[in-house]
Design a protein around this ligand. Sequence first.
Ligand SMILES: Nc1ncnc2c1ncn2[C@@H]1O[C@H](COP(=O)(O)OP(=O)(O)O)[C@@H](O)[C@H]1O
Ligand SMILES: O=C(O)[C@@H](CO)OP(=O)(O)O
Ligand SMILES: [Mg+2]
Length: 459
Amino acid sequence: MKHRSLVSEASEHARMVAVTLALEGVAVADPAKAVENYVRLEGDELVLRDGTRVGLRGRVIVVGAGKATGGMAVGIEKVLGDRISGGVISVPEDLVESVSKQLSRIQVVGATHPRASRKSVEAGERIVSTVRGLREEDTVIALFSGGGSALAELPAEGVDIEELGELSVKLMKAGADIVELNTVRKHLSRFKGGWLAKHAYPAAVVALLISDVVGDRMDTIASGPTVPDPTTYQDAVAVIRKYRLEDSLPQSIRRILEDGLKGLAPETPKPGDPAFSRVHNRIIASNTLSLNAMAEKAKAMGYNTVILTSLLEGEAREVAKVLAAIAKEVLKTGNPVSPPAVILAGGETTVTVKGKGLGGRNQELALSAAIALKGVDRVALVSIGSDGRDGPTDVAGAVVDGYTYQRALAKGVRPEEYLENNDSYNFFRVVGGHVKTGYTGTNVNDFVVIVVEKENPWE
Ligand SMILES: Nc1ncnc2c1ncn2[C@@H]1O[C@H](COP(=O)(O)OP(=O)(O)O)[C@@H](O)[C@H]1O
Ligand SMILES: O=C(O)[C@@H](CO)OP(=O)(O)O
Ligand SMILES: [Mg+2]
């Protein structure tokens, strides 16, 4: 064992359990496996896990866009094989080669993320032309995941894709959240906000979604191409006003929003639109579904387990203090669960970057927790991004315990200084604790696992 003198066996055990459970969360969200677990072929029927049966009578077309959509496509080819008539998906350009190699019936095109470009329009046009003109006996399987908004687009009449991309980036930089951003995107699109389902009608649509949206709003995941849109032109304009972008709006975008407000441009398809009568939207992987699986595993390993939330948000270093306080409470009073305990949380924190260091929200959360847990025995905390890339770094996140702080000092590293400089990556590079998964091919946001052992974890 490394650092023997500077970590107790109970803390070492807690670290191991915490990392094991975090990796379970990633494994459950694997896109191919999630599809294979959710749908099966029974004769001429596609059976969904909730019991829904969709008769496959005519053509079966697979479309989709997103960072995890390549893996989902691999999964659906495994389930349906040559029952698939054809289709096309859009994935990040650097994944095209590896995804194409694994597919035999579905075409793969590459586009840009997080800013849509002409390639995204080419992808959007191909997808729409593939589903147009289908008949009632045909079925469209739509595979959408995070990143889908940028990777496929069909702009509304007159909207310039470069101007649309620029507005999206401005909204992101101004701090708009994903619901706000996608409310605007939907109203400049003929792909998002339910339009794809309109184009596919009267074919049946089975949309399988992997959620990277905290709270799992289906109409927000990849801007909900197959989901009725509850938002309006008024909402889109309100977002633009909130971030004070109304004066710098490009002409093509201003025109459609003004027309929309006057009722001269069509609204996105709304709940109740007959086009949705044949659409089945289902979330097949999400932060919540991963947390549930992690909790099952923790219980099977003998831990008293609680899921705190899948809606974690806030400044990473502050969230860490709250989580550390909960771990200390478990030790002190056994609330909300007594040791041996596993406390699970998920979501997506934020970091206001002020320093010049290298890091990500998960590593920063872990570093702040290491400071708050200084000297506390029998506790470990891990925080990782399920996509395997925490911020602009090559690691998923980091694991800490109550001895991390001392170990850092022994190496001449002052934790507070690294936190101050947003240099969590270099902190863990020197002190140890990086969790490396490589690029996982999925994204269901972040997981935090806290493990509190009892007196002797081997008893
Ligand atoms: N030095 C840093 N320390 C901590 N967080 C950082 C640092 N640099 C960038 N970040 C954060 O990383 C986030 C981007 O993380 P990333 O994993 O790429 O996002 P996502 O997976 O959600 O697309 C930004 O919101 C930013 O706040
Ligand atoms: O595509 C999108 O609209 C969002 C949410 O699904 O994903 P990302 O934040 O990865 O761009
Ligand atoms: Mg990430």
